[in-house]
Design a protein around this ligand. Structure first.
Ligand code: IPE
Ligand code: IPE
Ligand code: MG
Length: 261
């Protein structure tokens, strides 16, 4: 079904068979990888299980991908964990996801911190519905506790929407203009990017979406301008370091032109 992803994934899979991560040219790896972790619900439903079972399995996949990113020396890993639109799901599913979130931060924070991982949240933490005070506190604590770490930068997009982020940035700039700190002419790409949740991070080089969907679902609309897009039919809970290596291998073979020739 994939227009361009599948042939490439097949090729990468064949070529990777004789090398594993060793076959990857390290100096060509992306600095910043973003992932739309999609397909948990379908993965569970195919097993006759409730969707939440898929979300639990998805956390396991995430652990492996974080570890592998760290091992490969990827600088920034940005993952789409919960969109601003995902609140539309049933109370049961949202509740389960928020439960997993809290469990994840409770269980994993020590280890992430030991591994020198710096955690950053992209999205509106304080705009999360009331009743999630423990989650909000855990998120703020994780950011604070890991802020001086110098290893992998793990950005978790949570209650995140790309359009909301752009509107928020515009509003911040408008406030500064109204306060007389800035003139409209001084607003340029650099100042605009500095108001986004991703301020200070390197450009996204590679966007991976699992589960075969070919859309952005309101993810990093500004930041993906020149990212390479890789999609795979693999459902997120089945995504592992080998399928990740395939995506990375495909990336190392792309010819990025940025409008040039
Ligand atoms: C991604 O899997 C996880 C979240 C959006 C939180 P989905 O839950 O979207 O799974 P599918 O796409 O319905 O299979
Ligand atoms: C995008 O997946 C959000 C996350 C992976 C967290 P969705 O499953 O919510 O996207 P749509 O609804 O298929 O576009
Ligand atoms: Mg989905």
């Amino acid at each position: 079904m994939a227009l361009f992803g599948k042939d490439e994934a097949q090729k990468a899979s064949e070529q990777k068979a004789n090398g594993g991560s060793e076959g990857l040219e390290r100096e060509k790896l992306p600095r910043h990888v973003a992932i739309i972790m999609d397909g948990n619900g379908r993965w569970a439903q195919r097993r006759g299980m409730p969707r939440t079972f898929g979300h639990k399995a998805g956390v396991e996949a995430l652990r492996e991908i974080i570890r592998h990113s760290d091992d490969l020396g990827i600088e920034v890993l940005t993952i789409y964990a919960f969109s601003a639109e995902n609140w539309k799901r049933s109370a049961e599913e949202v509740g389960a996801l928020m439960g997993l979130l809290l469990e994840y931060f409770t269980k994993e924070l020590d280890e992430l911190n030991r591994e020198n991982v710096q955690i950053r949240i992209l999205g509106d933490i304080d705009g999360m519905p009331s009743g999630l005070e423990r989650q909000k506190a855990a998120l703020h604590a994780a950011i604070e506790r890991t802020q001086k770490n110098t290893g992998l930068r793990l950005c978790i997009a949570l209650n995140y929407g790309g359009r909301q982020e752009i509107v928020h940035a515009a509003r911040q700039l408008a406030r500064r203009v109204a306060a007389g700190e800035l003139t409209p002419e001084e607003i340029d790409q650099e100042r605009f990017a500095a108001e986004l949740y991703t301020a200070g991070l390197p450009e996204v080089d590679l966007l991976i979406r699992t589960s075969g969907e070919m859309r952005l679902s309101n993810f990093l609309l500004y930041q993906l301008a020149y990212a390479e897009f890789y999609q795979t039919d693999t459902l997120w809970p089945d995504f592992n370091k080998d399928t990740y290596d395939e995506a990375l291998l495909a990336y190392t073979r792309r010819n990025r032109r940025f409008g040039g020739v």
